[in-house]
Ligand binder design. Structure first.
Ligand SMILES: C[S@@+](CC[C@H](N)C(=O)[O-])C[C@H]1O[C@@H](n2cnc3c(N)ncnc32)[C@H](O)[C@@H]1O
Length: 248
C-alpha cells in the first residue's frame, strides 16, 4: 500500500476542516497589508480559504496556490473572485512579480530546502513575505493535561494541540542572516473562543497528526476525548506572524 502524504490529508475531512478551524485576526490582515508593498498578492496553501476570505474582502488582487482539489473546490465557492492554481508551490511558475506572498498554517508543508528561494523568486524587489500560524490551547490546565494523556495513550507524539504555546520568539527568525531579505519582524495576536465539544472533536479530526492514525485508533482516541469534554471548551488562541521584505 502506498503511504499517503501527510501534507495533503486535510481534504479527507474538508467540511469538518472548514467548520472547525478558526480564522485569523482582522488586525493581522490589516498589519500584513500595511507592511506589504503595493501589487498583486500570492497565497501559498490556501486550503478552504480561511485566510483568503479576509484578504479578498480587502479588495486585493489575489492568486492562490493549493494542491488538494477538494480544498480548492470549497475555496473557489467561498472566494469566487480569486485565481486558484491547483498544485504544490514547488511546481508553481509565477507569471507576475508579487508585492506580497503570505501563507497561513501551510508554509511548513513546503520543501524547507527550497521555500525561501521560491518566495524570493515570486516577489518583486521590496515585496513582503508573511507567514502565520494559529496555536490553539485549551485554557483549563487540568483538561489540557488530561487531553495530552489521551494523545500519549494512543501513540500521538507529533500533535502540538495539547502542548502549551511556546513563548513568542522562542526560535530565531528563519530568515535571520539571509541577506536577500530585510526588515524582519515577528508579532503575536491573542484571543479566546468557546468551542462546542463537537466542534472541538472536528478540530482534532482536521489535524494531520490525528489523520495519520488508523481509523479504529482515531475513533477510540476521539471517544476518550469526548468523555473528558463537557458541553464546550474555553480555548486560548495565539496567532504568530513572521514578516520579511525582499531586499531591492
Ligand atoms: C493546515 S492547511 C492550511 C489551509 C489554510 N491556509 C488555512 O489557514 O486554513 C495546509 C494546506 O497546505 C496545503 N499544502 C500542502 N503541501 C503544500 C505545498 N507543497 N504547496 C502548497 N500548499 C500545500 C494543503 O493542501 C492544505 O490545504
Amino acid at each position: 500500500m502506498v503511504e499517503r502524504a501527510r501534507s495533503v490529508v486535510f481534504g479527507e475531512v474538508v467540511e469538518q476542516y472548514d467548520a472547525a478551524r478558526p480564522g485569523y485576526p482582522a488586525q493581522l490582515i490589516t498589519d500584513v497589508l500595511a507592511y506589504a508593498a503595493p501589487g498583486p498578492v500570492l497565497e501559498v496553501g490556501a486550503g478552504t480559504g480561511k485566510a483568503t476570505a479576509g484578504f479578498a474582502a480587502r479588495g486585493v488582487d489575489l492568486t492562490c496556490v493549493e494542491p488538494d482539489p477538494r480544498m480548492a473546490a470549497v475555496l473557489t465557492t467561498k472566494c469566487p473572485g480569486v485565481r486558484v492554481q491547483i498544485g504544490k508551490f514547488e511546481d508553481y511558475v509565477p507569471d507576475q512579480a508579487f508585492g506580497l506572498l503570505y501563507s497561513a498554517q501551510a508554509w511548513h508543508w513546503v520543501d524547507e530546502e527550497r521555500r525561501w528561494d521560491l518566495a524570493h523568486a515570486a516577489l518583486a524587489p521590496g515585496g513582503a513575505v508573511a507567514v502565520f500560524w494559529n496555536i490553539y490551547v485549551v485554557a483549563d490546565p487540568d483538561l489540557l493535561a488530561a487531553l495530552a494523556a489521551v494523545d500519549e495513550r494512543h501513540g500521538v507524539s507529533t500533535s502540538s494541540l495539547h502542548r502549551p504555546a511556546p513563548p513568542m520568539g522562542h526560535a530565531e527568525h528563519p530568515l535571520a542572516g539571509d541577506a536577500r531579505f530585510t526588515d524582519l519582524d515577528e508579532r503575536r495576536y491573542l484571543g479566546t473562543s468557546r468551542y462546542e465539544a463537537g466542534r472541538y472533536l472536528d478540530l482534532v479530526r482536521s489535524i494531520s497528526a490525528y489523520r495519520m492514525l488508523a481509523p479504529g485508533t482515531r475513533d477510540a482516541l476521539l471517544a476518550d476525548m469526548a468523555a473528558l469534554l463537557g458541553d464546550d471548551v474555553e480555548m486560548a488562541f495565539a496567532t504568530d506572524l513572521g514578516l520579511a521584505r525582499r531586499a531591492q
